[in-house]
Design a protein around this ligand. Structure first.
Ligand code: ZN
Length: 430
């Protein structure tokens, strides 16, 4: 099973990060407005709804709250008007005055085009932004393909979160192998095998038609059935090669090949499904650790600086990033000596950083000339150098080690990097 593409992992990361930011905003009163516009909605209807809300809000008693809510709706109308029609998946707006410390607030506006279609049209004014419909997309973004089959029947479906959707069912015309004998047995056998082959081709075609358009979001394909047919179907590659790669091993023995069989398949696979991702993550971190432990020529780098150097050199095979990493990468310039350097800082440490003096001349004040999201920057640089990328969750012990002991970034290398320290490296932390 292969990891999702870098683009998909990056999109997921950026989406999650944006939601974190929106979720952190608090209003000083009920004055933060969330507006979800589903794909089929008429913009003119949304506008007239907002005009009505605007009129209503003039009744709000508190002067400050009234002013803030009216500003937010007005600003929202300006944004909504910018759309001729909702985007493909709909759009969510979050507008309001966010509290920033004692008695202060600042206006914020977030516009989110979700990765999946919104089926909600909703307006809400509260002291925090309403994110449930978007959070649901983060937590269940993945899909599994399901096939249960034998020579007589196939049922194809998908598992989305915990929901099983049967998509297609077909009976075959393959005659039963039993109950025939005598002279015609051999010829009959050939007819059966030909009919079975035709049926498997059909099963493959139906699966390709259903799964290929979803191949980027399909985490894997689970295949089950009562006998050896499923093994034959997989071994003979009746699926498109891109789907063939997504088949989860082992195949599962289930008693039925109808909708009930899909349920049985999911039940049997649940244990495996739960473990699959973590197992893959454990494996790759274990590989990293054994490379780090090698006294010489280990194919590993860890921590910000070494990983950055390896990326720069184009030496990274797979970049490993801890999922929860939230940092910024600043480019700082000294006003006195002109020294330019990059520094990775925690999310909220931008201003304290510019307050410290220039590390080169120890005098000049620093200013930020560039400020990028650290993880997005890593993705970009990894893609430029052709490196693979894996976001690693902190759910396993290994994932936690990456997050805590290695500063959240490490890399498996294509070739060993010259270490700055020529003596063999000591054992890694942990
Ligand atoms: Zn300086």
């Amino acid at each position: 099973m292969s990891a999702p593409s870098a683009d998909i992992q990056l999109a997921r990361y950026s989406f999650q990060r944006k939601l974190d930011e929106i979720a952190a905003a608090r209003g000083r009163a009920t004055e933060l407005i969330s507006l979800y516009v589903s794909p089929g909605k008429q913009i003119s209807d949304v506008m007239s709804y907002l005009r009505n809300e605007y009129a209503q809000s003039s009744n709000i008693k508190s002067r400050t709250t009234r002013k803030n809510v009216m500003w937010a709706i007005e600003s929202l109308m300006g944004r909504v008007r910018g759309f001729k029609e909702p985007p493909k998946n709909g759009v969510a707006f979050f507008v309001g005055n966010k509290a920033i410390g004692a008695d202060k607030s600042e206006p914020v506006t977030f516009i989110v085009e979700p990765p999946e279609p919104l089926n909600t049209y909703l307006y809400r004014c509260d002291s925090s932004f309403f994110l449930d419909p978007l959070l649901a997309m983060v937590h269940e973004p993945e899909m599994w393909g399901l096939i249960v089959m034998d020579r007589a029947e196939v049922t194809i479906g998908v598992l989305r979160g915990k929901r099983i959707e049967p998509l297609r069912n077909r009976q075959s015309l393959v005659p039963s192998k039993h109950g025939r004998g005598g002279q015609s047995a051999h010829r009959f056998e050939r007819i059966i095998e030909h009919a079975a082959h035709e049926f498997f081709v059909k099963c493959g075609e139906m699966s390709n038609e259903l799964f290929l358009p979803k191949k980027d979001v399909l985490k894997g394909i689970l295949i089950g059935g009562p006998g050896a047919t499923k093994e034959y179907f997989v071994k003979e590659s009746y699926l498109h090669y891109e789907l063939q790669q997504k088949i989860v091993q082992p195949l599962f023995d289930v008693g039925y090949t109808d909708e009930y069989g899909l349920r049985e398949l999911v039940e049997k696979a649940t244990q495996t499904l739960h473990g699959l991702d973590l197992t893959e993550e454990k494996r790759i971190i274990q590989q990293l650790l054994s490379e780090i432990r090698r006294a010489e020529k280990g194919l590993a780098a860890f921590g910000e600086n070494d990983t950055a150097a390896a990326l720069e050199a184009g030496a990274v095979e797979t970049l490993l990033i801890s999922e929860g990493l939230r940092r910024r990468r600043l480019t700082l310039k000294c006003a006195a000596c002109g020294h330019v350097f990059k520094k990775v800082v925690p999310d909220d440490a931008v201003e304290p950083t510019t307050a410290s003096p220039c590390p080169s001349c120890r005098a000049g004040p620093l200013s930020v000339t560039d400020n990028e999201d650290y993880v997005e920057g890593l993705f970009r640089r990894a893609q430029e150098s052709g490196a693979g990328i894996r976001l690693i969750s902190a759910e396993s012990e290994e994932g936690e080690m990456l997050a805590k002991a290695f500063g959240g970034v490490a890399a498996i290398l294509r070739y060993p990097m010259a270490t700055r320290n020529p003596t063999p490296r000591s054992a890694p932390p942990g």
